[in-house]
Design a protein around this ligand. Structure first.
Ligand SMILES: NC(=O)c1ccc[n+]([C@@H]2O[C@H](COP(=O)([O-])OP(=O)(O)OC[C@H]3O[C@@H](n4cnc5c(N)ncnc54)[C@H](O)[C@@H]3O)[C@@H](O)[C@H]2O)c1
Ligand SMILES: [Zn+2]
Length: 377
């Protein structure tokens, strides 16, 4: 457990509000420490009913759910907490069905919001339930992992898995509000934290070279849970995702740049049978994609060194640990991002800018994954 005292909890009124406008509707993303305590006020401002439903998992309920319930009850709200188990397997139609059954006892008014309190699993699942129940009820995302705060709570993609197929059944459904209480990040395990850092670094590489430089200067403070550095990191990552998503709400083109590191990353996750976590796999994928770009004569060797160094300092791997590179290449051929039979890659042109290509040969992918090719960097 990380010390919450170091999170800046003593300044609960400080926060940053980022507006995101999608489908003509504005949603505020509030980022800062200690924000759960302000939830009641924001719900009132949005005109929701005095009854709310919190969907969460058992671990997050214990850490933050009960306290959130108390904040709301003391402000006159009636609170129902629906609890699911933890883990990716909860993102299923079966769990959604269980939640629909429980919701039918609760819903008196359509203005009763669902508060999704937890990581990306809870956000995606609760968002899917909110999008479909009564053809849509209000949704408030309350992300408690770094990944969920910087990535999954922004952009309106909600889904459940279909067997082994991830996010196969879903919708675009925007929340009415996102409350990212950065103090909750203090209890994340270090692996979960690094997982989110991979998406943070990804945002900087695809969009914002100044943010990348900021991360180079601040990564130690961020990992030490310095309150200010954490808030700044979440805010800047949210701004990047917001800008990209606002320009391509329905994921038709530009949003694809957020898949940087993910084509190889997904393959690595699959061949490791998910022993390698998502962020770790994306980290290896980002370095591999940068090496491919470097081999193609695009990405500068010095920038490759900077990228690899930052990823390492973030506590993430930069190379495949003893896995068959060929197996990873095979797995990539089954990736949904394959475009007309060719592998589509997002590669860095420079730190802060990426390009998309389907002209990467499988042999080059294999070479950079096995590190057979000597690096110029
Ligand atoms: N919708 C999108 O755009 C989008 C984008 C990226 C990822 N995702 C999805 O997000 C999911 C992964 O999310 P995740 O990485 O947050 O994992 P997760 O939701 O499984 O959470 C990881 C673990 O951390 C625990 N936890 C959550 N908050 C905590 C806290 N503050 N302190 C201690 N423990 C805490 C949870 O109980 C869980 O066991 C995947 O299903 C992925 O598909 C969605
Ligand atoms: Zn990701």
């Amino acid at each position: 457990m990380r010390a919450r005292e170091s999170m800046g909890l003593l300044r609960p009124n400080e926060m940053t509000k980022i507006g995101i406008t999608l489908s003509g509707t504005r949603c505020d993303v509030c980022v800062g420490p200690g924000l759960h305590a302000q939830t009641a006020r924001w719900l009132r401002e949005l005109g929701f009913s005095k009854r709310v439903v919190i969907i969460t998992d058992s671990a997050v309920k214990r850490l933050y759910g009960t306290a959130l319930e108390q904040y709301l009850v003391s402000d006159g709200f009636k609170v129902v907490i629906l609890e699911v188990g933890g883990g990716e397997e909860q993102k299923s139609l079966q769990t959604a069905l269980g939640l629909y059954n429980q919701l039918s006892d609760v819903y008196a008014e359509r203005t009763t919001p669902i508060l999704a309190l937890g990581g990306g699993v809870i956000g995606d699942l609760s968002g899917f339930v909110a999008a479909t129940y009564l053809r849509g009820v209000p949704l408030v995302q309350m992300p408690t992992t770094l990944l969920a705060q910087v990535d999954s709570s922004i952009g309106g993609k909600v889904a459940v898995n279909h067997g082994q197929l991830k996010n196969r059944i879903g919708a675009f459904y925007q929340p009415s509000l996102v409350i990212s209480d950065t103090a909750t990040l203090g209890t994340l395990g270090s692996r979960e934290f690094a997982n989110g850092l991979a998406e943070v670094i990804k945002s900087a590489v695809v969009w914002d070279k100044e943010f990348f430089a900021y991360l180079e200067n601040s990564i130690d403070r961020i990992r030490a849970l310095d309150g200010e550095a954490l808030e700044e990191t979440v805010v800047r990552s949210v701004r990047i995702k917001t800008e990209v998503v606002e320009r391509d709400e329905k994921d038709l083109n530009l949003r694809n740049i957020l898949n940087y590191g993910h084509t190889i990353g997904h393959a690595i996750e699959t061949v490791s049978d998910f022993a390698i976590g998502h962020g770790e796999a994306v980290a290896i994928g980002m370095v591999a994609a940068a090496r491919i770009s470097n081999e193609m004569g695009v990405f500068d060797g010095g920038e490759l060194v900077r990228l690899r160094s930052l990823i390492g300092r973030a506590g993430l791997p930069t190379e495949m640990p003893g896995l068959e590179a060929e197996a990873a290449v095979q797995a990539m051929r089954h990736d949904k991002k394959i475009h007309e039979g060719k592998l589509r890659f997002v590669l860095p042109r420079t730190i802060g800018e990426v390009f998309t290509t389907d002209e990467v040969s499988p042999s080059l992918i294999e070479e950079v994954l096995t590190c057979r090719k000597n690096e110029e960097a």
